[in-house]
Write a protein that binds this ligand. Structure first.
Ligand code: DAT
Ligand code: MG
Length: 140
C-alpha cells in the first residue's frame, strides 16, 4: 500500500467564504492527513508560474488573476493513494459535473471558481509541493 503526498490549494472563493474548516473536514473524513498547511497571498506572477502548464489556454489570465485575488491555503495531504483520493474528494473540475458529496459539488461557484486545486500525478505532486513548501515544513 503506497503512502503518497499531494499538493492541495483551498482557492480564494473558498477562503473568502470561510470554508477552510469544512473543506479540511472532507479531507480528514476521507483519511487524508494534513501534514503541512499555510495561508499565503500569491502574486499574479507566482500564480502564473504555478499554472504555467495552462499558459496557452484561453482561461489562463483569468485563472491567474483569480488565484492572486485573495489569500489561499496551500497544504500537503498525505495518505494511501493520496493523489487519486484527493481528486475523488474534490470532484470534477466543473461543479456541474461533480458527484454528490464532493467538495466542488458542495462548494464550488463555477468552473473557474471551483474552491480547490489538487495535483494530478506523482510528478506534478512532487513539483507542486516543492513550489510551496520546504522539506522541514512538512511534518508527517
Ligand atoms: P483541475 O483543477 O480539476 O485539475 P485543470 O487542471 O484542467 O482542472 O484546470 C485548472 C484550473 O483552471 C481549474 O481548476 C479551473 C480553471 N479552468 C479549467 N477549465 C476552465 C474553463 N473552461 N473555464 C474557466 N476556467 C477553467
Ligand atoms: Mg489540474
Amino acid at each position: 500500500m503506497a503512502i503518497e503526498r499531494t499538493l492541495s490549494i483551498i482557492k480564494p472563493d473558498a477562503t473568502r467564504r470561510n470554508l477552510t474548516g469544512k473543506i479540511n473536514a472532507k479531507f480528514e473524513e476521507a483519511g487524508l492527513r494534513i501534514v503541512a498547511q499555510k495561508r499565503i497571498h500569491l502574486t499574479k506572477d507566482q500564480a502564473g508560474k504555478f499554472y504555467e502548464v495552462h499558459k496557452e489556454r484561453p482561461f489562463y489570465d483569468e485563472l491567474c488573476s483569480f488565484m492572486a485575488s485573495e489569500p489561499v491555503v496551500a497544504q500537503v495531504l498525505e495518505g494511501e493513494r493520496a493523489i487519486a483520493k484527493n481528486r475523488e474528494v474534490m470532484g470534477a473540475t466543473n461543479p456541474a459535473n461533480a458527484a454528490d458529496g464532493t467538495i466542488r459539488k458542495e462548494f464550488a461557484l463555477s468552473v473557474g471558481e471551483n474552491s480547490v486545486h489538487g495535483s494530478d500525478a506523482p510528478e506534478t505532486a512532487a513539483q507542486e509541493i516543492s513550489f510551496f513548501f520546504a522539506g522541514l515544513e512538512i511534518v508527517g
